[in-house]
Design a protein around this ligand. Structure first.
Ligand code: GDP
Ligand code: ZN
Length: 461
């Protein structure tokens, strides 16, 4: 199919020294030629594909030189969109990159809608829907590991798994068809039932396995929301600082993606921690008082992980004990800090009120015990199972919802068999499972959903 030629700024506004105007479409190269004069005098239409050219952008009307640029020419179909792609690398700031974009639009390109480059890659069959979504996740990926999940998905790991399941279902459906068409063979009916139970059970188990990864996948993507609590002066700020210092938020440099650094993101052994409300900890020292405030309760309630700090050079106070009550039922790591000082805390009592929570002893002043703490955090999150690098994680909310629906449908298949439901009714649920899984990879989605999905992308992607 042919679409018009689109253009957009595909680097984040105001960030970095280089900004890229990207064009994609049948006429991308011709349009670029209208506004580009290469230093060597050659026309982009004549240069080999996948080459870079130095020159200037000019306004064809006024002949005024707008920008000094590097231009990459990539002819379809060996491009991200499978169309002809030209990338104009400008050195200037927002004003000059906007000027180049404006000239490209004047020269015949249309302004790309958000996500339109990725949408084209999808529409031109370059990537499937889950891969397209992975591009979006990649743009937002906060840590190496989250990046790995997104990359794995983009490479089609999830798609491959889903395709396999759908293939299974199709084969089963075909078998059931035979049963419907030739009901006179008794043994076919029996075989069909056995096969149905076997296949549906297998598919159910696979769906459950995928869904189990979803929570972790989501955390990998969004970060484990973590709250540090404790009485004044126990060492909360020191803890925050040492976590931030030791684990610089990882920002990976993918050309053309948003590099948004969120200050309180730290990567602890592959677990992205989103240190919530840490500004509050930095500025006000009376977190205990703030626990009483409704907002703080809310922050606590939404936390995935609580780091509860005690001062072991002090006796336990009533305030300390109240904190344990406030975080009951949550994932908590207790940090008994200031081990370098004479110890006054009753550790038996701490163990008693800590219950199942892990206790780590630290001297943040002397930088002791931080490794143990990091180990505790990572161990709590991964429990060994997520370390396998080749696992498939589901981290996208739309996929998770569809997997849940597919699981429900396959459950209906199983209970249908159990209740002796006519086979053609069971067939409907089976087909539904197939369709729902198809929606994940975009085989059975409607146009409107596609538009809606792609509009969530940043402009220029
Ligand atoms: P917060 O009020 O809970 O945020 O506590 P801070 O992190 O601001 O620390 C309060 C004081 O305790 C500071 O003077 C720190 O230097 C000190 N401190 C923090 N951790 C330790 C530790 O492990 N040992 C000792 N001796 N002092 C510490
Ligand atoms: Zn502090």
């Amino acid at each position: 199919m042919e679409y018009g030629t689109i253009a957009a700024i595909s680097t984040p506004m105001g960030e970095g020294a280089i900004a890229i105007v990207r064009l994609s479409g049948e006429e991308a190269i011709e349009i670029a030629d209208r506004i580009f004069r290469s230093a060597g005098g050659s026309k982009l239409a004549e240069v080999p594909s996948h080459t870079i050219h130095y020159g200037r952008i000019i306004d064809p009307k006024s002949k005024e030189i707008a920008e000094e640029v590097m231009v990459s020419v990539m002819k379809g179909p060996r491009t991200f969109t499978r169309e002809n792609v030209v990338e104009i690398n400008c050195h200037g700031g927002i004003v000059s990159v906007n000027r180049v974009l404006q000239l490209a639009l004047n020269a015949g390109a249309e302004l790309a809608e958000p996500g339109e480059f990725t949408k084209r890659a999808f529409l031109n069959g370059r990537i499937d829907l889950s891969q397209a979504e992975a591009v979006m996740d990649l743009i937002r990926a906060k840590t190496d590991r989250a990046m790995g999940v997104a990359l794995g998905q983009m490479e089609g790991r999830l798609s491959k798994l889903i395709r396999g399941l759908r293939q299974d279902i199709i084969e089963t459906v075909a078998h059931v068809e035979v049963n419907i068409d030739y009901p006179e063979y008794d043994d076919v009916e029996e075989m069909t039932h056995r096969l149905l139970v076997e296949k549906a059970t297998h598919i159910k188990a696979e769906l459950q396995k995928l869904l189990q990864t979803s929570e972790q996948g989501k955390i990998l993507r969004e970060g484990l929301s973590t709250v540090i609590i404790g009485r004044p002066n126990v060492g909360k700020s020191s803890l925050l600082n040492s976590l931030v210092q030791e684990n610089k938020a990882i920002v990976t440099d993918i050309p053309g993606t948003t590099r948004d650094v969120i200050e309180e993101y730290v990567n602890v052994r592959g677990v992205p921690l989103r240190l919530v409300d840490t500004a509050g900890i930095r500025e006000t020292e009376d977190i205990v008082e703030r626990i009483g405030v409704e907002r703080s309760r809310q922050v606590l309630k939404e936390a995935d992980l609580i780091l509860l700090v005690l001062n072991s050079a002090d006796e336990l106070t009533k305030e300390d004990e109240q904190l344990f009550v406030a975080v009951e039922g949550m994932d908590v790591i207790v940090i008994s800090n200031k081990t370098d000082l004479p110890q006054k805390v009753d550790m038996d009592r701490v163990r008693e009120i800590a219950g199942n929570h892990q206790i780590v002893t630290t001297s943040l002043l002397e930088e002791e015990g931080i490794d143990d703490l990091e180990q505790a955090i990572a161990g709590m999150f991964f429990q060994g199972q997520l370390e396998a690098a080749d696992m498939t994680y589901v981290s996208n909310n739309r996929h998770i919802a569809l997997l849940h629906q597919a699981l429900q449908a396959i459950d209906d298949v199983l209970s249908g068999i159990d209740m002796g439901t006519p086979i053609d009714i069971i067939q409907i649920d089976l087909t539904r499972t197939w369709e729902l899984l198809g929606e994940i990879i975009g085989d059975t989605v409607q146009e409107s959903l596609i538009d809606q999905l792609f509009s969530q992308f940043c402009l220029g992607k």
